[in-house]
Design a protein around this ligand. Structure first.
Ligand code: DC
Length: 235
């Protein structure tokens, strides 16, 4: 399994890019339209950070967090009430707890630790099941699935990404300041781009899509036509 990045006969659509570029929403929808599985790799880093906090482990303690990540007791399920995704960590529903800005920043710190990235590799490869996988993250095309037949780098200006996050939080009824969101996003971009292991960057073989002035439907249209061109898959 280690040498062929999971089941190499199964096509992967690798979607990488910075926080808030819409990878989650778009990746999930594309997976649904294609009937593919979906990997939210960021959730695994968020879960590792949350587990560390729950167990009182410092985010700098690489050895302990690596061990924790290798043995994460996580279940990805569907909520029987509404069909939405449900994430259980050690049996506890953490679906919402892992989505906070604080958990995102902690995840970004934990994600810079080589032992954590190594520990999560096999878990990510296990998602590669027929008929295909849409994988969303920062290193899907560079490290986890370098053999993916379609690699996409989804981005948008930091301001546009902050505005989208702000709108989402407002919809949920939160009280938030857009300046704070923008500064969190900028800090996370920096952490993710500057780290020495698997830094976030657009690969030369990835199709770059700047979504600053695009809506979700336009991005999905672009991606489905790329799937047709590159993989011969029609939705
Ligand atoms: O996509 P996200 O915001 O849920 O990711 C949370 C953090 O995890 C992000 O700041 C960087 C890190 N991450 C990573 O390093 N590699 C991935 N494949 C996915 C996420």
């Amino acid at each position: 399994m280690t040498e062929d990045f999971g089941n190499s006969t199964v096509p992967v659509i690798a979607i990488d890019g910075p926080s808030g570029a819409g990878k989650g929403t778009i990746g999930r929808r594309l997976a649904e339209e294609l009937g593919f599985a979906f990997l939210d790799s960021g959730a695994l880093y968020r879960l590792s950070a949350l587990a560390a906090t729950h167990h009182g482990i410092s985010l700098e303690d690489e050895e302990s967090i690596g061990t924790l990540a290798a043995h994460l007791d996580v279940q990805f399920r569907s909520n029987p009430e509404n069909g939405d995704g449900l994430i259980l960590l050690e049996g506890e529903d953490v679906t919402h707890a892992i989505r906070t800005e604080a958990c995102g920043l902690a995840a970004s710190k934990v994600a810079a630790l080589p032992s954590v990235r190594q520990a999560l590799l096999e878990r990510q490869w296990a998602f590669r099941e027929a008929p295909g996988l849409v994988a969303d993250g920062r290193d899907m095309g560079s490290v986890v699935f370098p053999d993916a037949p379609l690699k996409v780098y989804l981005t948008a200006t930091a301001e546009a990404r902050a505005q989208r996050r702000y709108n989402q939080l407002l919809e949920k009824g939160g009280t938030v300041k857009i300046d704070e969101i923008l500064s969190d996003i900028t800090q996370r971009d920096e952490q993710d781009q500057q780290r020495t292991v698997a830094p976030l960057r657009a690969l030369p073989d990835a199709v770059l899509i700047d979504t600053t002035d695009m809506n979700i439907d336009q991005v999905i249209d672009k991606l489905t036509s790329l799937c047709q061109e590159r993989l011969g898959i029609a939705t």
